[in-house]
Design a protein around this ligand. Sequence first.
Ligand SMILES: Nc1ncnc2c1ncn2[C@@H]1O[C@H](COP(=O)(O)OP(=O)(O)O)[C@@H](O)[C@H]1O
Ligand SMILES: [Mg+2]
Length: 256
Amino acid sequence: MAQVISVSNQKGGVGKTTTAVNLSAAIAAGEKTCLLIDCDPQGNATTGLGLDINTLSHGLYDLLMGTASLEDAISETQLPHLHLLGATRELIGAEVEMVSMASKEFLLRKIITELRARYDYIFIDCPPSLGFLTINALTASSSVLVPLQCEYYALEGLSKLLTTVKAIKKRLNPVLRRVDILLTMYDKRNNLSRQVEAEARALFNERVLETVIPRNVRLSEAPSYGKPIILYDIRSRGAQSYLSLAREILERKKAP
Ligand SMILES: Nc1ncnc2c1ncn2[C@@H]1O[C@H](COP(=O)(O)OP(=O)(O)O)[C@@H](O)[C@H]1O
Ligand SMILES: [Mg+2]
């Protein structure tokens, strides 16, 4: 049964999509079967894996509305062990349409229940908001991975996210087990990065993952080639850091 991990932070530009794409690709490269769900109407995870959100015929939206089969909605990617449930243009309207649907917080969980047996890991790339798509993602997840950009105001907004997670655990999803914090865009020559790291580790202790993702230009180039970093430049520091993160996540699963 798949572990379901939401990559979430209501701030934009903190490295959610970069993490969702590259972590799922790194885990898939180790021959664990992965599904990446693009839950952000911007569709950056979809394009980052080389699919076109304007021409993709089916995706998450169709499953939420019950108008396509799993087989039609799930796409293959350049990595044999990585599948994508992509964003199509219609996803932009989903939040509004979901509001009037029955069991509106559980729509994604229902879809994932049907998929869990097929994968080892399911990652959900969340939009930069705490709206209905994010609530659906958190309600369907076993854990949350929160990228924290090592910049000014990194920790701002984090308490709101943690409060939301707590409320969802209480009301909607008791199996939401853990929150992991990932430091992204780290620059070791920069004092500020070191300060953010020290502050995050002091406040959140073992919830901050050991692996830190450096700022690396190859990571920002890869999406324009429609490739995860391990297929674009495996030797880059960015690729190596996401491979380390994959190992840390896999190892942790073995721990009691
Ligand atoms: N570690 C990194 N090094 C350099 N650029 C990065 C890194 N992580 C993300 N980026 C770039 O920063 C921008 C925002 O990242 P993204 O993953 O799209 O954030 P989010 O999904 O949280 O909005 C993108 O242009 C991305 O390519
Ligand atoms: Mg994104």
